[in-house]
Design a protein around this ligand. Sequence first.
Ligand SMILES: C[S@@+](CC[C@H](N)C(=O)[O-])C[C@H]1O[C@@H](n2cnc3c(N)ncnc32)[C@H](O)[C@@H]1O
Length: 249
Amino acid sequence: MNTTTITKENARAEAFAAIWSNDIDPVFTDVAKYYDCANDFASLGLISIMRRRFVSMIDVRPNYKCLDVCAGTNAIGIGLLKKEPTLELHAVDRSVAMQEVGMERARSNGFEIRSYITDVHKLPFPDNHFDVITIQWATRHLRVLEVFPEILRVLKPGGHFYHCDMLRPANRIVEQLYYLYLKACLNITSLAFRSDQTALNCRNYFIQAIRLFYSADELSRVLEELGFTDVISKPILCGMVAFHKARKP
Ligand SMILES: C[S@@+](CC[C@H](N)C(=O)[O-])C[C@H]1O[C@@H](n2cnc3c(N)ncnc32)[C@H](O)[C@@H]1O
């Protein structure tokens, strides 16, 4: 493993370990009931467009075993089942509240998703198990050097990992404008949806988490260093967000 990646991961863990252990769950418990609305509100509908684009790049075949990690309210799982209803869909998330909303959404769409309330750093599945694994809007809150190897372990050889997250734009000017936009968004959204105190305290964290995170090219390199092959990166919005696709050899 490249020493730059190890140094970066140590810095992320040092800065955020307490928040990841103590605050992330209460924040998602508070936001679960308005999570989908708030995302659409804050992004002026852009999140739904990006989600549709992400789902459209995911190659699924009948009866594939798929796992969505940090599944939240199951937006990706439901999107995949709409595309291919024969999928065996599994969802992992640590938040009971987010999965309760997600399971209700799946039921009301007539889909079955198997839900596991557990930490993604240790996946409760055997080796070489899934054809497709997805993660969206969550890696910033995770220890990458533990989670990605777990994902690689439970993927079948030849299976694909699809990743989408807000990243650190490589261009400094875009990066600074992005943080200003996010700060305004977080302030307005937390007021509009009356976020509780833990969520209010985390507003700064949500920006810091991107500041210490990877650019699209850096994330591609991390995936390759960890043993994924055929890594494809599609940065959008000047690298504020990127989709990655990677294969298990
Ligand atoms: C921003 S939400 C994204 C939800 C969903 N993927 C989406 O696209 O809307 C992040 C999710 O990651 C989950 N999460 C954060 N840390 C986790 C961990 N260590 N293990 C499992 N889930 C985690 C949170 O509970 C939350 O549901």
